[in-house]
Design a protein around this ligand. Structure first.
Ligand code: NAP
Length: 248
């Protein structure tokens, strides 16, 4: 039976790398995006061109109705769900004394509420409690959860701390229901998310001193870890937090 994977926020960056690698590993791939339709379609075209199966689905995963529509679309296209990667996330830059409700809500909706909205839809489909066949959920945190993030990143760091806690709690909840839940914490990875803080050049410079391996990581290096956690090779790995951060 060909497995289906849904990766939130997979039009670009780490999510896109997971989508491409998942297709190579034989998954049917649901590529979710919020705004960047052209990039999502490019990921899908690449997978189809290599003989794989993929669709692009627009949905803001911070909005519950969008998430319902997203999972319905996956059901219609592939008829089953085996792996959910809660990857979508946004960064922000704001000092605490300047933080307003709209800024907080934007980051918490995209990074934390999305985990609840997507995971509940996945559990309803995958849990043996609901007649499902089991599966895996991988949540994308960040080393910011234990380092506090970059300057002006208190809200981002706090969302990632919430993700670590959420993952542990969800792992307890569904551990006997065939679903493994794990967390990946990337460090400095070269993607567009850093455009807010000087881009790739800044990330590379920072990594020279901040990372024990003295280099930044690639989206593909994170993707390899995510897909291993989702795979049968990780059958007894549950409630784990795996840092992909070059020792940082
Ligand atoms: P990125 O290059 O900025 O890509 C973000 C992706 O998420 C895009 O596909 C974007 O869609 C999507 N997205 C954002 N908000 C969304 C929403 N509300 N609904 C649906 N899709 C949404 O970021 P990245 O670096 O790959 O980051 C991916 C994840 O890794 C995030 O959770 C991030 O916090 C985490 N992370 C990254 C790093 C790093 O150094 N890069 C380090 C630690 C953790 P559109 O293209 O449509 O906008």
């Amino acid at each position: 039976m060909t497995k289906t994977i849904l990766i939130t926020g997979s039009s670009r960056g780490i999510g896109a790398a997971i989508a491409r690698l998942a297709a190579i590993e034989g998954y049917r791939v649901a590529v979710n995006y919020r705004n960047d339709e052209a990039s999502a379609n490019a990921v899908v075209r690449g997978i189809l061109g290599a003989g794989g199966a993929a669709i692009a689905i627009q949905a803001d995963v911070g909005l519950p109705h969008d998430v319902e529509r997203l999972f319905d679309a996956v059901d219609r296209a592939f008829g089953r769900l085996d792996v959910l990667v809660n990857n979508a996330g946004v960064l922000g830059s704001c000092r605490v004394e300047d933080m307003d409700a709209a800024t907080l809500e934007r980051v918490f909706r995209a990074n934390v509420f999305s985990m609840f909205y997507c995971s509940r839809m996945a559990v309803r489909r995958m849990s043996t409690r609901h007649g499902g066949a089991g599966g895996a959920i991988v949540n994308m945190s960040s080393v910011a959860s234990r380092l506090g993030g970059m300057a002006g990143g208190s809200h981002y760091a706090a969302t990632k701390g919430a993700i670590d806690s959420f993952s542990l709690a969800l792992a307890k909840e569904v551990g006997t229901e065939g679903i493994r839940v794990n967390t990946v914490r990337p460090g400095l990875i070269e993607t567009d998310i850093h455009d807010l803080h000087g881009g790739t050049a800044h990330v590379r410079e920072l990594a020279k001193t901040a990372v024990p391996m003295a280099r930044s990581g690639s989206a593909e290096e994170v993707a390899q870890t995510v897909l291993w956690l989702a795979s049968p090779q990780a059958s007894y790995v549950h409630g784990a937090v795996v840092d992909v951060a070059g020792g940082r």
